[in-house]
Design a protein around this ligand. Structure first.
Ligand SMILES: NC(=O)c1ccc[n+]([C@@H]2O[C@H](COP(=O)([O-])OP(=O)(O)OC[C@H]3O[C@@H](n4cnc5c(N)ncnc54)[C@H](OP(=O)(O)O)[C@@H]3O)[C@@H](O)[C@H]2O)c1
Length: 285
């Protein structure tokens, strides 16, 4: 039985992926923000998949203290085998105004990128043991986006859209760097482009034009259940030849800038510094 961790598993894409993976027979560990949302999601999931092997762990992934605690709890849940077949870094959010986390970082950068970076680091040995995979929920919005190195957190002139797009470019650069740096680990990193999906993401902790725009736009999106198929595909198959970026269970084109080693390395090192860790992965190139 495969063991899969999914962050942001209480609603939208993550909840649908948790359902699909539980239905396919995986042991699913979902991560949600609060105990209340986790309990509701678990009850709803068990109605859809009565024999699901599902456990929820809660924590605010915008806080590094909570990411560390969540990772510790996951490790105690998988202590018997020590193996993790897949980590799906899916939790994400949008903030219309500049918002900082308990660690003092801009929220979209911290939640959409740094949380996945730190959780991957914390669970790396478990992923290595299973020769597992790390899957990020990315977005086509990474295209034609570049790192805003002069002010990565957009603290001077905050733009919700630019901060979001950059966070999705970070998912791509980090996944690419895992595959480059830890090529001998047996772990593979992938990014899913879900396309436009009908979820509440743009209506949580947003306001004004951002919330109004998303209410209109999401109506044209695919269902989370349709998108969830790509996560099942990547968890249950080992597609060859290897490709980084998937949409609707098929390889998709990504921005060539993602192959820029200099930016990927610089982001990796900055993320290590911001998380206070040294991510050697046991077989650094
Ligand atoms: N919807 C789209 O069209 C679209 C397109 C491209 C990419 N994406 C990406 O898809 C991913 C999932 O988004 P979604 O559209 O499915 O939206 P969603 O329904 O809002 O799901 C986001 C999930 O992340 C959780 N989350 C948010 N902040 C958190 C925090 N601080 N700590 C722990 N968990 C937190 C949410 O929990 P709460 O509800 O409790 O906050 C929720 O479970 C995101 O990475 C997003 O960038 C979405």
């Amino acid at each position: 039985m495969k063991t899969v961790v999914i962050t942001g598993a209480t609603s939208g894409i993550g909840f649908a992926a948790a359902k699909a993976l539980a239905a396919s027979g995986a042991r699913v560990i979902g991560v949600g923000r609060t105990q209340d949302t986790c309990e509701k999601a678990k009850a709803e999931l068990l109605v859809a998949v009565p024999n699901a092997d599902i456990t929820y762990v809660h924590g605010d992934l915008s806080s590094q203290t909570d990411v560390n605690a969540v990772a510790d709890e996951i490790q105690s849940l998988i202590a018997t085998s020590g193996c993790l077949d897949a980590l799906i870094n899916n939790a994400g959010g949008v903030r219309s105004g500049y918002t900082t986390t308990p660690d003092g970082y801009e929220l979209q950068f911290a939640l959409n990128h740094l949380a996945g970076f730190l959780l991957t680091f914390k669970l790396w040995e478990n992923l290595r043991k299973a020769k597992g995979r790390v899957i990020f929920t990315g977005s086509n919005s990474h295209k034609k986006t570049r790192m805003h190195w002069s002010d990565v957190m957009y603290s001077k002139h905050y733009s919700c859209l630019m901060a979001y797009k950059q966070s999705k470019l970070c998912n791509m650069l980090f996944a690419r760097e895992i595959n480059r740096r830890f090529v001998d680990s047996g772990v593979k990193a992938y990014v899913v482009d879900p396309g436009l999906v009908n979820t509440g993401i743009g209506n949580k902790q947003t306001g004004g034009i951002v919330s109004a725009f998303w209410r209109m736009r999401k109506k044209h999106g695919d269902s989370p259940e349709y998108v969830a198929q790509t996560y099942s595909y990547l968890c249950n198959q080992m597609p060859t030849p290897f490709w980084l970026y998937y949409h609707a269970c098929k390889p998709a084109d990504y921005d060539k800038h993602v192959d820029n080693e200099q930016d990927a390395k610089r982001l990796f090192e900055l993320s290590e510094q911001l998380c206070g860790i040294r991510f050697n992965g046991g077989d650094e190139k």
